[in-house]
Each structure stands twice: as C-alpha cells, then as structure tokens.
Design a protein around this ligand. Structure first.
Ligand SMILES: [Mg+2]
Ligand SMILES: [Zn+2]
Length: 200
C-alpha cells in the first residue's frame, strides 16, 4: 500500500486569485514546486484534489479547468516536480449557486466529500489511514477527517482567515503550517510515527 499527500490547488499550490480566466493569473506560490519535488523524491504520491465549481456556475467550460491543470503540469515540470494524479469536482448544488445542467448537482466528489480520495485510493493502492490532506480551507481539513487521513491546514490562501474564524468554520487540523513547504517538512518528519502506528 502506498502513502499519498492529497493537495488542494488554489491557495495551496498556486496563489489564490479567485476564478482563473487567464493563465497569467495562475502563479505558483513560492516554494510550492520544490515542496512537491521533495514529495516525489521521498516516494510519496502527490495527488491534486480540487473543487472547481466554475463549470457549474457557468463561468467557463470544463475544458478550461483541464487547460489550467495542463498549465500547472507545465509549471511544475519546469521545476522538475510532478503530480501523480489530478482529480477535480466540477459540480455545485443548485442551492449553492450551481446553474449549468449536468454540473448543478449534489455530488459525492465535492470536498469535503470523499469520493475523489476513494477513487484515487482504489486506482493507486493508497492506504488512506497513513496519508495526508493539505489545504487552505476548512473543507480540506474536513475532507482529511472524513477520509481518515491526517489533515494539515496552511496559512496561505484563505488559511489565515480560517484560523481567525472569519471564513467558513473552526477547524481541528492535525497540524497548521505556514505554507506547503513547511507542511512537507512536517509530513516527512511525521512519516516514522505513521509507520509505527501501522506496526502496532
Ligand atoms: Mg484552496
Ligand atoms: Zn462533484
């Protein structure tokens, strides 16, 4: 069984810039690519799990979401880093603002729903109980809880507002990290305890 670090996208890997409609607005957070490279070299799967409700809101087609993810792949590759998989939810319930037929639904893949993690676990042979979820929102922490992973909240993106209670709801993360690079430091140091937990 493999270990994975499930990474949020906006505010975690790239600078939070609202709904991305221009590739020039998609910029990596300083140190994020090298942090992912360290996960790659440590033999951990780095898997993107992101809510992208733009298609459901009618802002842009789903093909644009994939175009932006292609840009992410290019930017990471330029720094010798890669994601092992990229999973996104394009849905949004009508009561939350979903408008477009086929996308305006209540699904199980929108975080903190766990469907994308369960699919990734089945596809890659991942032990979720020894894996990690990293993100900047309460939904990321709740996703970690729901899937039985360790949950790390970042202070980048919306993280500081979440911690101050000004955004979404209070969270009980296993760890709070300054940014993705600091989160990877913590994960790599935490690995031995994760393995020990499995042995006992
Ligand atoms: Mg985010
Ligand atoms: Zn969904």
């Amino acid at each position: 069984m493999k270990l994975a670090v499930f990474l949020d996208r906006d505010g975690t890997i790239n600078e939070e810039a609202g709904y991305i409609r221009d590739l020039n607005d998609f910029r990596l957070i300083s140190g994020a690519a090298s942090a992912i490279r360290r996960l790659n070299r440590a033999g951990l799967l780095a898997i993107l799990v992101t809510n992208q409700s733009g298609p459901a809101r009618g802002y842009y087609p789903e093909s644009w979401v994939r175009r932006v993810l292609d840009r992410l792949t290019e930017l990471l590759l330029a720094q010798d880093a890669h994601l092992d998989d990229m999973l996104y939810c394009p849905h949004l319930p009508p009561k939350a603002g979903g408008k477009v037929t086929g996308y305006a639904i209540t699904c199980e893949c929108r975080k903190p729903g766990t469907l994308l993690l369960r699919e990734a676990a089945a596809r890659h042979g991942i032990d979720l109980a020894r894996s990690y979820v990293v993100g900047d929102k309460a939904t990321d922490v709740e996703l970690g809880r729901n899937a039985g992973c360790r949950a790390i909240l970042l202070e980048t993106g919306y993280g500081k507002e979440v911690l101050a209670g000004r955004y979404q709801w209070p969270v009980q993360a296993d760890h709070v990290a300054l940014d993705l690079a600091a989160a990877v430091d913590w994960i790599l140091a935490d690995l031995p305890t994760s393995f020990a937990t499995t042995v006992t």
